[in-house]
Design a protein around this ligand. Structure first.
Ligand code: DON
Length: 308
C-alpha cells in the first residue's frame, strides 16, 4: 500500500476513537487544549513526507523531550557512568510514581524516560552546562528536527512549574538518596526540565526525529546529526521504556520503538527508514495519546512496520 493511502486509512481509523481518553489536566495549561485535534506525519525511507489532519498544529513535547535530554547526557558522559545514576529497565508503575523510585535498586530511577530518570538526567547536564542546560537541550532538539525556530512555550512552562508537586517530591527523594548532588539548586534543575518539556513541536518534527533515528542518526540531507551508537541506544530504550507501563502491550500492538508525551504526541521509529509523528490530546490511563496509539497500530499493520 502507498504511504498516502496508509496514512489516510490510519487517520480514519484513529478518528473512530476520539471519544476515548481524556486531556491531561494536572498541568492546568494542557487542560485548555482542544481535545478533538488529530494529526499525523509519515516520512518514508526515501524521506518523502506525507501529512494529514492537524499535522502542523504545535503542542508541547512533554516527555518526548526526554529523548533530547538523554541524548545530551549520552553525548556528555560515558554510558557506564550514566548507568550508575539512571537504569535502562522498563517501568511497571506510572511515569511519575514515587513507589517505583522507592522500590528500585539503590533508589536509582529505572530508566531515563520516567520523570525521576529525566530529572536525574537533567541534573547530570546541570553539572556540566550549569545555567546553559536548557539551551543545550534546545540546541540539540533544533539540530535533530532541523528547525532553528523550535522553542518552548512560556505559559505551559510556568503552568507546570506552579503545579509540579509530584516532580518536586521525586526530586527531594533523589536528593535524600544521594542520586542528585546536594549542591544542586532544585528549582534551577526543575526549571530546565520543565522548559524542555514545554518545547513546542508538530507531527512533522516528531516524524523527523523518528526518521533520523531510523536512519541511524542521519537526516534527509545525509548529515550525521547524532551518532549511530546513540541512535541505537535511543531506539532500544524507546522500545522498552518509551510508553511506560504500557510498553509491553504497545510492543505487541504496534511493534515499534516510540516515545509519548502528555501533550498528546507520539514519535515512532523502526529499522526500515520510516519516521512517524502522531498527535491527539486525549490520553489513555498510562499517559499515551489514545488516538495516536490507534493510528500507529493501523500504520504498523498496513505498512508492515512491526519489528518483532
Ligand atoms: O513531568 C511531567 O509530568 C511532564 N512534564 C511530562 C510527563 C509526560 O509527558 C509523560 N508522558 N506521557
Amino acid at each position: 500500500m502507498d504511504i498516502r493511502s496508509a496514512l489516510q486509512e490510519a487517520y480514519k481509523y484513529g478518528c473512530e476513537y476520539t471519544d476515548q481518553g481524556s486531556v491531561a489536566d494536572y498541568i492546568p495549561e494542557l487542560a485548555k487544549q482542544n481535545p478533538d485535534l488529530v494529526g499525523a506525519t509519515l516520512i518514508s525511507p526515501n524521506f518523502e513526507v506525507c501529512s494529514i489532519g492537524d499535522a502542523r498544529y504545535k503542542f508541547s513535547a512533554q516527555s518526548i523531550a526526554k529523548i533530547f535530554i538523554y541524548l545530551c547526557v549520552l553525548e556528555t558522559y560515558d554510558l557506564d557512568y550514566v548507568r550508575q545514576f539512571i537504569g535502562v529497565t522498563p517501568s511497571s508503575k506510572p511515569f511519575n510514581s514515587i513507589l517505583e523510585l522507592e522500590l528500585s535498586h539503590k533508589n536509582i530511577p529505572v530508566n531515563p524516560f520516567i520523570n525521576a530518570g529525566a530529572i536525574v538526567a537533567t541534573s547530570l547536564l546541570m553539572q556540566h552546562y550549569h545555567e546553559n542546560t536548557f539551551e543545550k537541550i534546545r540546541e540539540r532538539a533544533r539540530e535533530v528536527v532541523n528547525r532553528s525556530d523550535l522553542d518552548y512555550c512560556h505559559a505551559i512552562y510556568v503552568s507546570e512549574s506552579n503545579s509540579a508537586y509530584a516532580n518536586r517530591a521525586l526530586t527531594y527523594m533523589l536528593l535524600n538518596d544521594g542520586i542528585i548532588s546536594t549542591t544542586q539548586n532544585v528549582e534551577d534543575l526543575l526549571n530546565s526540565y520543565f522548559r524542555a518539556c514545554s518545547l513546542l513541536v508538530n507531527t512533522l518534527d516528531l516524524a523527523t526525529i523518528g526518521a533520523v533515528l531510523s536512519h541511524n542518526g542521519k537526516n534527509a540531507q545525509g548529515e550525521q546529526v547524532l551518532s549511530t551508537e546513540n541512535a541505537a541506544i535511543l531506539r532500544t530504550v524507546m522500545a522498552t521504556c518509551g510508553t511506560y507501563d504500557y510498553a509491553g502491550e504497545f510492543a505487541l500492538l504496534v511493534g515499534m520503538p516510540a516515545k509519548s508525551g502528555v501533550g498528546g504526541g507520539i514519535v515512532a521509529t523502526n529499522r526500515s527508514g520510516y519516521g512517524i509523528g502522531v498527535f491527539s490530546p486525549k490520553l489513555d490511563k498510562h499517559g499515551n495519546s489514545y488516538v495516536g496509539v490507534r493510528m500507529l497500530e493501523r500504520l504498523s499493520t498496513l505498512l508492515n512496520l512491526h519489528i518483532y
